[in-house]
Design a protein around this ligand. Structure first.
Ligand code: ADP
Length: 489
């Protein structure tokens, strides 16, 4: 395949800003696409939360004009390199000079989000023009930049720089669609003739993701099972018909796992390194985790880990409903890391006090502790109601920490069910989204730990041998781009 020029426009990207898996994809995929010979640039907002000095940002353009409807906005552009990938930061203080990405400290969404992210999207396209970068592919991510394809087709179809660009849209989570009052529609500059039910209009509002799906040449999501789920009424959150309209031009590509940062053989954040051939370091990680989280330091007790956003999607209210019965009936420990919904922060923040030595928790975001939990636990639980791809179960597999998961989305695609007869499999899966199902599946895992330790060892070996590398994902994205070019024609 001939080398492509690819412009990615996104709201998050590691190592600069991250709230979820989207940031991992935008931060890592470009590097692997470049290894396949493609040229990639990434365009992000310059949020106040981005550390200018630490990340080596430099001013690039003092003034760039961006048309929004009938208004011309003037922004600045800064530049940095992320492991060799050029990254451009759109500075527009009115919209991005805030610490939150999408909401304030009280989790109230910023009222001007549709203005902020449509501006980012148009600024990204304008920047391509101003840089003289004529992309073959404009790759948008989630609702924030989904309108890129619409802008290409409505405004730039005949443009010397942008006219030949095909568009790809990756949906990382279909529950977040960017649905807003049509008051912002003039500013978006999408023309009222397009405010129709087959394009942007949705229950009288503007729906960014819907418009992006309709206009993009290809659309993907982040696992094959999630692609199937989103094609159904319940899983599609209202957008299933539009995804089904894409036919063969919508499918699932599993995210890669960043094994450079998440591999116990080279992880510098954990107390000791280990591999499938020599697991002695994992025992050290377990003891140090027990000490750090106030758990009884006993290697014979299995620890179940949680690292998660506390959001309804993650099913942690169901786990909360099962946890005390599990603690009453089973000799087991929990290590919980997360933040988000206040009621769950309260529950998980307080439960160690009621079960001293048996439950440890840290409410907040802590990268190092996330690595310690992956390394030091025996099991890792993800009872998600839905999970587009999920990264933590892939990390868990590589760390030999057996996942206990609800069989949905990427969790179903990456975890193989334990077979009690042969000891095959890499984890424990359940289907029913209930506290009861969690209780019994945890019970199954814990009894396997005590009664069939040879199976646990066999599963650890199988889990650590799984390969969800970015090389494979990047090749799948290359195929997506090829399809986009064919659709664009
Ligand atoms: P999502 O994107 O829905 O949050 P993923 O499993 O795809 O879920 O990605 C979550 C990422 O965020 C993982 O890298 C995980 O380790 C990290 N993470 C989530 N919560 C925390 C936390 N409280 N502290 C540290 N890392 C976290």
């Amino acid at each position: 395949m001939k080398p492509l020029k690819i412009a990615m426009i996104a709201a998050e990207c590691i190592p600069y800003v991250k709230t979820g898996g989207l940031a991992d994809v935008v931060g890592v995929l470009p590097r692997f696409l470049r290894q396949l010979g493609h040229e990639v640039i990434v365009i992000l907002p310059r949020y106040a939360a981005i550390d200018y000095v630490r990340h080596g940002l430099k001013p690039l353009m003092a003034q760039m004009g961006v048309w929004m409807g009938n208004v011309q906005e003037w922004c600045a552009v800064h530049y940095a390199e992320n492991e060799g990938t050029p990254v451009y930061f759109i500075e527009f203080n009115k919209y991005f000079n805030r610490f939150g990405l999408y909401h304030d400290a009280n989790f109230n969404d910023y009222q001007d989000n549709p203005y902020r992210f449509s501006f980012l999207t148009r600024a990204g396209l304008q920047l391509c023009k101003d840089l003289g970068f004529a992309p073959d592919i404009v790759h948008a991510h989630d609702w924030h930049t989904a309108l890129a394809a619409a802008y290409l087709k409505i405004w730039h179809w005949n443009d010397p720089q942008l006219g030949k660009a095909a568009s790809a849209l990756t949906i990382h989570n279909i529950a977040y669609q960017g649905s807003y009052s049509a008051d912002c529609y003039n500013y978006l500059g999408l023309q009222w003739a397009n405010f129709t039910a087959d394009k942007f209009e949705d229950h009288g509002r503007i729906n960014f993701l819907k418009g992006g799906i309709v206009y993009s040449d290809v659309v993907n999501t982040v696992s094959p099972t999630y692609a199937n789920e989103t094609r159904t009424p319940a899983g599609g959150y209202g957008l299933a018909p539009y995804l089904n309209n894409k036919g063969d031009n919508y499918w699932g590509i599993l995210n890669g796992c960043d094994y450079e940062h998440w591999d116990p053989a080279i992880d510098t954040l954990i107390p000791a390194r280990y591999s499938a051939a020599d697991l002695s370091g994992k025992a050290i990680c377990k003891r140090r985790l027990q000490e750090r989280m106030g758990l009884e330091a006993d290697a014979s007790i299995p620890i179940i880990g949680v690292v998660s956003r506390f959001a309804a999607q993650k099913g942690l209210d169901l786990l909360a409903g099962a946890m005390e019965s599990i603690l009453a009936d089973m000799r087991v420990q929990f290590a919980v890391l997360g933040s988000g919904e206040k009621s769950l922060e309260t529950f998980y923040g307080q439960i160690p006090g009621r079960y001293p030595g048996r439950v440890g928790s840290y409410i907040g975001y802590n990268e190092e502790l996330a690595h310690w939990i992956e390394a030091g636990c025996d099991f890792f639980i993800m009872p998600s109601l839905y999970e587009p791809c999920g990264l933590n179960q892939m990390y868990s597999l590589r760390y030999g920490t057996l996942p206990i998961v609800r069989a949905t989305g990427g969790l179903d695609d990456t975890v193989q069910q334990y077979d009690e007869a042969s000891g095959a499999g890499t984890g424990f899966k359940f289907w029913e989204p209930s506290a009861r199902a969690i209780y019994y599946t945890v019970g199954w895992a814990v009894s396997t730990f005590y009664d069939r330790p040879h199976h646990i060892q066999q599963m650890i070996q199988a889990a650590m041998a799984q390969d969800y590398s970015w090389e494979k994902s990047a090749q799948a994205y290359q195929a997506l781009y090829e399809r986009a070019l064919a659709v664009k024609g």
